[in-house]
Design a protein around this ligand. Structure first.
Ligand SMILES: [Zn+2]
Length: 94
């Protein structure tokens, strides 16, 4: 098989696998080769990489209490809405 230049679309389609380090070395080399020469894809890859770094930082930080309370209340409301009219369903823990 001839080594071929991937299109920007192909590179973008595999960008997440690349960032997740889920590509085999030859595939990764193809992406890296393209990123080294394509400014648009490089910029996109850098953006995603930084976004991921931010996200994983945020994951390590516990959610602020206010946000947690909001989420808990939202969940309560959803449960209430769901059990509405099904009060006597067998799995309902009333
Ligand atoms: Zn490109």
């Amino acid at each position: 098989m001839m080594p071929r230049e991937p299109s920007c679309e192909e590179v973008m389609a595999r960008l997440f696998d690349y960032l997740d380090q889920e590509l085999e070395a030859p595939d990764r080399a193809v992406i890296e080769h393209h990123l080294a020469r394509c400014h648009a894809c490089f910029g996109r890859a850098e953006f995603e990489r930084r976004l991921r770094a931010r996200l994983s930082e945020a994951m390590d930080t516990p959610a602020p209490p206010r946000l947690r309370r909001r989420l808990e209340r939202l969940l309560d409301e959803l449960e209430t809405a769901n059990s509405d009219g099904e009060g006597d369903s067998p799995w309902s823990p009333s």
